[in-house]
Design a protein around this ligand. Sequence first.
Ligand code: UDX
Length: 493
Amino acid sequence: METPDSTVPPPHVLIFPFPVQGHMNCMLYLSEMLVYSGFHITLLLTDHNLSLLRSNNINSHPPSLPDMPRLRLMSIPDCLPADHPRNLDGWVELMDSLEKNARPLYKSLLLDLCKKDVGADGFPSVTCVIADGILPFMIDASEEVGVPAIAFRTVSASSVWIYYCIPQLIKSGEVPFRDGVDWDEPIDSVPGMESFLRRRDLPSPCRLAKNTEDKVLQLLATCTAHSERTRGLILNTSETLESISLEEIRSHMPTTYAIGPLHEMVRAYRSQDDVCANDKSVSLWHQDCTCMTWLDQQPHQSVIYVSYGSVAVMTRESLIEFWIALVNSGERFLWVVRSDLLRGEEWTNIRDSLPLEVRKGTEERGCIVSWVPQVEVLAHPAVGCFLTHSGWNSTLESIVGGVPMLCWPFAVDQQINSRLVGEVWQIGLDMKDVCDRTTIERMVRAAMNGETAGEIRKNAHELAKMVKNSVVEGGSSSENFQRLIEYIKSLCK
Ligand code: UDX
């Protein structure tokens, strides 16, 4: 796979993901693939996350932190107190702190890493930066230091395209929503999506903005516009899934590389390179693998797997609605309830206050854990459906697993992802904007065994096949990745 050329030093790329699980996972996968291609990679994390990784990944499954030649981990502080919530509750403060406090630390590290001398560990100087697209200061710092930067957006191409269109959405008066507007009305100012995009499918900052100056709305519009100043854009998606949005994005940012799903791509690479065949994982929570033994004991496609990703925070009322609905559906369920899923309360308090028959139903048919090896869970034959918050990584992982989805989008890009699942690819049901036990129970039954469940399952299997084909040799993501490699090399000369 490598084509060593002694006259040109191999590129050394600095990568800094926004410090939450969904961003770290796919940027680690990208790092790994770049290492297989002969690059040196410095993966920058926050001190907080690096210490979590060190404590959580010992004796966990998959085994450990990355241990590869030419990949090194470094860290800087996020400059927040240790107990600051690093989930959706603390997201904006995390962004602000990185922008204001970590920015100078990042720039000084970049300057150091760009010095010409080879470090004691044999790493050459940094010649390119892959910036998380929601950290625009990385792009500014690259310009100031004079090192080329490429942006990586970890969300779907469709959400990037919608964020790109925020100025038009505002100009047309479609965002912010007028009082009393019907949320099922179509949206016209996002080219390519006119046939399926409704107001309720717009990313939550568009749905929640009260005025055109709304902080989060403007932040997302600015980040997306900022990516245009870089030398290229990397997206964790496939031409098979999002050709129209990709075409629209490329009309503004021609050097856009769709190289996903990265978790599947890296698997294909690993099998070609037995030196690095061990799985690499960065998990901020300790994975509870007892769920795999539990799954082994369940019949084929009989379990609904339920997870809301790594940053969602729920109210106790919503959790109770889900709980009762899952039990009343009569289906078996594997449910991830993170330790910080509920604001200021342990979920076990709720368990103890539930009626006896709900607790009994949970014991008979349920398995509740705090964190699972999700890709493996989705590959398990006992899993019949994924009740998901529609985070982009979860969506891709379910697509690759051929697992139909029941979508309960929570925030940001998830509203559009669930529309793609329900309407465009027809590989699941979209349950957005409801959270009552009767509806959830009905939707769980429908997703597992309803009239359309067979058709949806068939579509999911077909899409899985097509998407997997895009990451193997000759597939679009694999070809795009080769182009990206050559492009980075050309920038680093
Ligand atoms: C966030 C945003 O919410 C999401 O919409 C965006 O696309 C990326 O950043 P998150 O909400 O955590 O991410 O969702 P998601 O993108 O699905 O990422 C969660 C990751 O955690 C997935 O890779 C999933 O495999 C992993 N996970 C989740 C586990 O490994 N174990 C679990 O128990 C739950």
